[in-house]
Design a protein around this ligand. Structure first.
Ligand code: FES
Length: 103
């Protein structure tokens, strides 16, 4: 596994939402309500980037058709969307005050 740096921890704030492309993966780093999340930047429905989505306290709502994903688990929260896959989530790693991911 390799550690990839994403962002200095001090630059994060509630409402932070930024897309990264690391080792061929599209990632979305989010801070909300003091917690840091890392998701695949790809809606489980039609694969649209989630960076234009709307954050709630614990979820992100895709801008395309309004499917809501849990920031922690990536699971779909609106139960009528049975054709939608969950979004992949990644463990956030903190190393020397730098937020990153191990891939
Ligand atoms: S592409 Fe995201 S909700 Fe349809």
């Amino acid at each position: 596994m390799v550690f990839y740096k994403l962002e200095e921890q001090r630059n994060l704030f509630d409402g932070y939402l930024k897309a990264f492309e690391i080792a061929g993966r599209k990632l979305l780093l989010v801070q909300q309500a003091g917690r840091i999340y890392l998701l695949e930047n790809k809606c489980g429905h039609f694969g649209v980037a989630l960076e234009k989505g709307e954050l709630t306290e614990n979820s992100i709502i895709c801008s395309e058709h309004g499917i809501e994903f849990d920031l922690l688990t990536g699971k779909v929260m609106n139960n009528h969307w049975d054709d939608c896959d969950p979004v992949n989530v990644f463990k956030v790693v903190l190393q020397d005050e730098m937020i990153g991911v191990e891939l």
